[in-house]
Design a protein around this ligand. Structure first.
Ligand code: PEP
Ligand code: MN
Length: 367
């Protein structure tokens, strides 16, 4: 940190800043220029508050040199973090594609979708069981039953699963069934939830808040990291701007900005970023070109009848086409698309009768 003194600051004011910094455990290095004196604060600055100096007489401003997000910062951790989820590596040379419906709607729907996305080359299955909906009258997710169906889809396909956890109380339940915990955009700054997932040892994908600045996203990641969980991925999912042509404004800049600022893997979510299935393929390609380590995409066997986010969901055939284009873009930026591990266990599907109807269950109580 650097304390910049006002041009007319007196010797006593400069001396007071140096004494105050020393009382907080910092070493000081005054630099006297022609008009200004600046005082560099060095060493252990954990007890140093910028506001203390900003309030002192003769001080013009304080300038932070180090990132406030120490554990997430690339400056303090230059090598990239790679998160291994059952052999699928996030943050390495390969780009991971996660795909599946916005919500788990029935056993049939999630298993069918899981098989289709795996066949097309996705290596992680997504599906929401606890849904954060704008309206309390909209489908809220199947809750634990949805988690059970997800776990069954994992058994059938071998794909690891990711699903959202919305409350501290539900963490143990969700962690029992899923491989990656998703913190949704609306909960980016739910500090109690961040601290609690930080105490688990499950990988966490943290989504950027609707109005979250990139630095705020990194500070939220810091809450998880500082509680001991170093397996955090950052997800750009679009932000609120004045633009109304799309549901959100997908902030492509955030991808290289996050990769420069942090060693954590960066995930792109062009489905929520655009809210429009037609825009999902071009923005997915752009995200990989921009350096995303993973994509999370919404795929539904029948988007028109989806219980949430059908308008931004790809049909399985369109998803398969996109995977072909993604492979070419990945190659152009010296990467490749991760391939799913294991084969589909057809015995699993034929043993158990898969119902053909969609269970339109609503009003599931949130844990
Ligand atoms: C989702 O992934 O379905 C979701 C609700 O995302 P977000 O939190 O980004 O809105
Ligand atoms: Mn969704």
């Amino acid at each position: 940190m650097v304390v910049v003194m006002k041009p007319q600051a007196s010797e006593t004011e400069i001396e007071n800043v140096i004494k105050r910094a020393a009382s907080m455990g910092a070493q000081t290095q005054p630099i006297c220029g022609e008009s200004h004196t600046v005082i560099a604060l060095l060493g252990d600055l954990t007890q140093v508050q910028r506001a203390t100096f900003d309030a002192m007489s003769g001080v013009q401003k304080t300038v932070r040199i180090q990132d406030p997000y120490k554990l997430a910062s690339r400056a303090t951790h230059p090598e990239r973090t790679v998160i291994d989820v059952n052999g699928i590596r996030f943050g390495g040379e390969q780009v991971v594609v996660m795909a599946g419906p916005c919500s788990v709607e029935s056993r049939d729907q999630i298993i069918q979708t899981a098989i289709a996305v795996k066949e097309a080359g996705a290596s992680v299955l997504r599906g929401g069981a606890f849904k954060p909906r704008t309206s309390p009258y909209s489908f809220q997710g199947l809750g634990e039953k949805g988690l059970k169906y997800l776990a069954e889809a994992r058994e059938v396909t071998g794909l690891p699963v990711i699903s959202e956890v919305m409350t501290v109380e539900a963490i143990d339940l969700v962690a029992e069934y899923v491989d990656i915990l998703q913190i949704g955009a609306r909960n980016m700054q739910n500090y109690a939830l961040l601290q609690a997932v930080g105490k688990t040892r499950r990988p966490v994908m943290l989504k950027r808040g609707l109005s979250g600045e990139i630095q705020e996203l990194l500070m939220c990641a810091e809450y998880i990291l500082s509680n001991g969980n170093m397996q955090v991925m950052l997800c750009e999912r679009g932000i609120r701007t004045y633009e109304t042509a799309t549901r959100n404004t997908f902030d492509l800049n955030a991808i290289p900005v996050l990769k420069r600022a942090s060693h954590l893997p960066v995930v792109a979510d062009p489905a929520h970023g655009t809210g429009d299935w037609e825009l999902v393929p071009p923005m997915s390609l752009a995200a990989v070109a921009a350096g995303a380590d993973a994509l999370i995409l919404e795929v539904h066997p029948d988007p028109e009848s989806a219980l949430s986010d059908g308008d931004q969901s790809l049909k399985p055939e369109r998803f398969a086409d996109l995977m072909c284009s993604l492979r070419k873009v990945a190659e152009a930026v010296d990467r490749s698309i991760a391939t799913p591990t294991g084969s589909v266990d057809t015995a699993e599907t034929s043993d158990k009768e898969v119902p053909n109807t969609v269970e339109k269950e609503t009003g599931v109580a949130l844990a």
